[in-house]
Design a binder for this molecule. Sequence first.
Ligand code: SF4
Ligand code: SF4
Ligand code: FES
Length: 783
Amino acid sequence: MGTLYIDDQPVEFQPGDNVLDAAKRANIEVPYFCYHPALGAVGSCRVCAMETVPSREGEQPRTVMTCTLKAQDGMRFKFAQSDKAPGVSKTMVEFYMTRHPNDCPVCDEGGDCHLQNMTVEVGHAYRRFDGQKKTYPNQLLGPLVWNTANRCITCYRCVRFYQDYALGDDFGAMGSRNNVLFRRIDDGAFDSPFAGNIITVCPTGTFTDKVFRRKYSRTWMLKKSASICAHCSVGCHVEPGARAGTLRRVVPNENSAVNQYFICDRGRYAPHASEAADRPLQVKVGGQPRQEPALAVLRQALAVSDARWGVMGSGREDVVTNLVLQQLAADLNAPFTAFTDPLTEVRTKTAVNLSLSAPSLQDIEASDCILVVGELTEHAPMMELAVRQALKQGKPVLMLHASASVLAGMIRKQRSLQAQTQAPVLWAETLQKLISQLTQEQADGWAALLKNAKAPVLLGVAEVMPTAVIKALAELAAVIGEHSRLGFALPAANSFGAAQVSQAGSSEQLLTSLESGAINALLVVGADPMSGWQGERWSKALAKIQHLVVVDHIHSATVQAATVVVPSAAVSERNGVFINYEGRVQSFAKAYSRETPVLLQEELIGLLSSDARARVQSQLQSMLGSAMPSPGSAGNRIKPATLPIGQVAEAVLGSGTALVLQGWHGEEEVAGFATELASLTPHDSVGIAPAYAKALGLTLDKNSRLTLSVHGKQLTLPVALSAQIAEGCVAVSRRAFAELQARLGDEVKLTAAIRLSEEPAEQPVVAQFTPVRGDHSNGGVRP
Ligand code: SF4
Ligand code: SF4
Ligand code: FES
């Protein structure tokens, strides 16, 4: 803390502030372009000028750039009182505007435009330059980001975010002197999972949201709210914007305790699943539309006399909805679960029980040694971006992974030996070795790095970690000491909360009850059991029952099989509470109502008896305590009760080849219905390391196909050779797992199939997936 003076006004500053930060804190409207709090100052735009007030006799006043000047106690500046500084800012803005097209009426940035605000702020009202403006070609950047090159003022914020902050390398500044453009070498979608943030940091309309363009609204006409991203367990703060009952865009909501300034592309674009053409918006019974209110239809459905019910909530539904469903199950004397897969349930609960010291994203950024187990990018993108910040500062990042990983590629590039490719069944052994090395006097390698770190962080991806590995990671954290932090990316936004409400082995119990006929009716809210890890088993079990009531906002496989469909609200259309991977309780607020009314999940409480309602209240109280956070605030963290877990068979080390997951950063149950994002889904392939293929006697090249056989099911896919796939493993997508009805770690038989180049033109395709949802030739769809 200290005090400096601007125009004789005292201005307090925080440690680390520059003079511009201090001025902004005091609401002094200093113009700036190139400065961004997350990206720092480069002093290139020359707009944030102030004049120094000499402190010694004989010293001359100087015009300085406040973004590059560290705030110090007693400093004195003239800003509004200066004769020179405002002129510098105005001249620079006028200079930038000589190139700018002045197309404000048709610019998507209108209403949110920093350039427009600053231009007005410095008083550059009228254009004097009557020369010809330079024009530049726009670049096609795929379905998510739109480029209007002429609007650029060369502040370099975009490239500083993309390259310096997010460590991307497929976008940069091209050209020289006053002919610099910010582009990819070739047209097409960005490689980075965080590319949408160049829209956020660009102070002009050079990069804008292409999905927003689909149905544009002036930004000041949008209905907005403080919401939480529902697409992974990080729980980033977002601000949905809607108009006329439809979602138009999602932007990051600044929050210093969680995501700070940014979100990932999944968080920005997956919510557009709410606008999918096939979204259920009509209550249907037996496929026939019904006009009665949704809750009345649900009451009728639950009252059928021959039904023996089971109830399913989910990790993508909020805390209260899951508690209500649990109590509804108690009223109906029915089994309840919030999980669709027994293996995922066990792994999630094991991880939640051990997440007592989970690091925040800031803890991860500040760590001086991080160990990552699993492919973090696909499961918790912003957690991975936090790891990149530590990597960027040269801090050691160690990684165990089994399939091709963006983060592992970065680690290898910067620090060659610190990402280890290994089959998941071996991870526990590797961690145990580390534990024993740590306990020795002379630890070296990874053990020494972890032992000597002041703030070590251990991160795991619960869904892909065998339970023994989750426990071994916790044991490692304990051996390192209390100063270590251990956290897990969980499978869904509210997995932490869902884990609190399901009994041990609840999903297996529900599934076997269906299979045995003990229950013949199922109410599912916000889950798609037919598309998950046990999809085939659920599909067979559900095909036998007479009553399948599904409440959801996506046209999932389970919705399509339902006897009763009740459309529900997407996250931006409702209030609720999620608990993120840290155990942080965060509430979200409704931004808008749809024109066609949908069931708000909070209305489900209307199905409960008064006793059950009281039980919901008391459980909520004991789970969350009295401090329910307001939307937009970083909520308190809870310490959960130790959860009973149950057991499930996991893959064991064998001599054969194991299936591992090759996911991608845009993948999640709801995200698959967001047309533009889903159009970037990589084509299916089977990843295998060249050396391992050779050891198996398979001669493969990029034109080869492999046939995979698991439990009598076969699938033939093009080969993707990658040294990043673990020996003893082949990596396939979730869709391939579903097609093969396989589980993580299952043993697979491989045979080389016909090579593409040898394939006769009329050869039928051996196996084919349904086309990617919303696939379109809109530029930038990656091969
Ligand atoms: S594109 Fe935007 S962020 Fe990038 S340099 Fe130009 S004005 Fe700055
Ligand atoms: S990291 Fe997760 S919570 Fe954050 S924006 Fe991305 S998907 Fe949403
Ligand atoms: S904001 Fe200070 S020079 Fe650009």
